[in-house]
Design a binder for this molecule. Structure first.
Ligand code: SF4
Ligand code: SF4
Length: 273
C-alpha cells in the first residue's frame, strides 16, 4: 500500500478556519462507531490553526500553521497506551479506542505535539482520525482538506507530492520520528533593517548587505526604501552583518545573535571624508 500523507503548504494558509469548522461539523455530536466518540462542541481543536508571529514593529510577519494529528511512527501515544488502546491501521492512521482508553490520561500526556484532547464528559482522550470513517467509505480526502479554499491542505499518495518533497519537512525533527504530515514553507528566522544617510535622513538604495554565519555568506541589496532582509534562516544563529554603500563608511555588526527573527531598526551610514 502506497503511503498516504497530508501535505500542508503553510504559505497558502489564510486562517479562514474552514478546516476547523468542517472538523466540528463532522464530529461534534456525531459518534462514528469503531472510529471515535463524538467530539464535545467546546474546547478541542482536532485540527488547530496555530498563529506564528515573527519580528518586531514595524517589521512583523504572521503565518498560520494548521496542525492535525501527525500520525507519528513510532507514536508516543501508542507506546504510552495500556491495553492496546491506541492502534495503527495498515494505512498508518492511529485510532484511539474510546472504551479501552477510558481514564487513560497517560495517552494524552504522551503526545509531544499536544494533539490529544481530553473529553471530560466521557473521560477519554480524543484526536484527529484523518476522517478514517470517510476514507473507508471511499472518500478521497478528510473533510478539512476538502473544504480548504487555498489548497493549503492536501491529502494523497506520497508519490503525488514528489516534485515538492525536496522543500518539505516534518515538524519537530529533533524528535526523530516519521509521520504522515509533511509541511512546506514553515516559517524560519529573518534578519531585516533599514539603511539611512545619517546627515540627510534619506534612505539609501542599493547598499550592499553581507550576512556571515557559520553556515555561509549571504548578500543582498537595500531596496528603494532602504530596506534589506534575509529570510529563511535557521533559528538561533550567531554571525555578523556588514553594510557598504558608495561614498559611505561601512558599518559592521559583529557578534549578532539571532534567536528567532529580528528587525535591526534604522541603521545610519556616515558619508566619507
Ligand atoms: S501527533 Fe500525538 S496523537 Fe498524533 S500520533 Fe503523534 S503522539 Fe499520537
Ligand atoms: S481551511 Fe485551509 S486556508 Fe483555511 S485555515 Fe484551514 S488550512 Fe488554512
Amino acid at each position: 500500500m502506497s503511503k498516504k500523507i497530508f501535505f500542508i503548504d503553510v504559505e497558502k494558509c489564510v486562517a479562514c478556519f474552514n478546516c476547523f469548522v468542517a472538523c466540528k461539523d463532522e464530529f461534534v455530536d456525531h459518534k462514528w462507531e469503531h472510529y471515535s466518540e463524538a467530539q464535545p462542541d467546546e474546547g478541542p481543536a482536532w485540527i488547530e490553526v496555530q498563529e506564528v508571529e515573527r519580528g518586531q514593529f514595524p517589521k512583523v510577519k504572521v503565518n498560520y500553521i494548521p496542525k492535525p494529528c501527525m500520525q507519528c511512527d513510532p507514536a508516543p501515544c501508542e507506546k504510552a497506551a495500556d491495553n492496546n488502546a491506541v492502534t495503527r491501521r495498515d494505512d498508518g492512521i492511529l485510532l484511539i479506542d474510546p472504551e479501552k482508553a477510558k481514564d487513560q490520561e497517560n495517552i494524552q500526556k504522551a503526545c509531544p505535539y499536544n494533539r490529544i484532547y481530553w473529553n471530560q464528559e466521557l473521560d477519554i482522550p480524543q484526536k484527529c482520525t484523518f476522517c478514517a470513517h470517510l476514507l473507508d467509505q471511499g472518500y478521497k480526502e478528510p473533510r478539512c482538506v476538502e473544504v480548504c479554499p487555498t489548497r493549503a491542505l492536501r491529502y494523497g499518495d506520497i508519490e503525488e507530492f514528489k516534485d515538492e518533497m525536496d522543500k518539505a519537512e516534518q515538524l519537530r525533527p529533533e524528535l526523530k520520528r516519521d509521520s504522515m504530515v509533511y509541511y512546506k514553507g514553515v516559517p524560519k528566522a529573518f534578519v531585516a533593517g533599514t539603511v539611512f544617510d545619517k546627515e540627510t535622513g534619506e534612505c539609501i538604495e542599493s547598499a550592499k548587505v553581507k550576512l556571515e554565519t557559520s553556515a555561509g555568506i549571504l548578500v543582498c541589496s537595500t531596496n528603494n526604501y532602504g530596506d534589506f532582509e534575509f529570510e529563511g534562516l535557521e533559528e538561533d544563529f550567531r554571525g555578523s552583518i556588514c553594510i557598504e554603500a558608495d561614498a559611505y563608511q561601512p558599518v559592521v555588526f559583529n557578534d549578532l545573535h539571532v534567536g528567532k527573527s529580528v528587525y535591526m531598526g534604522e541603521i545610519n551610514l556616515t558619508k566619507m571624508g
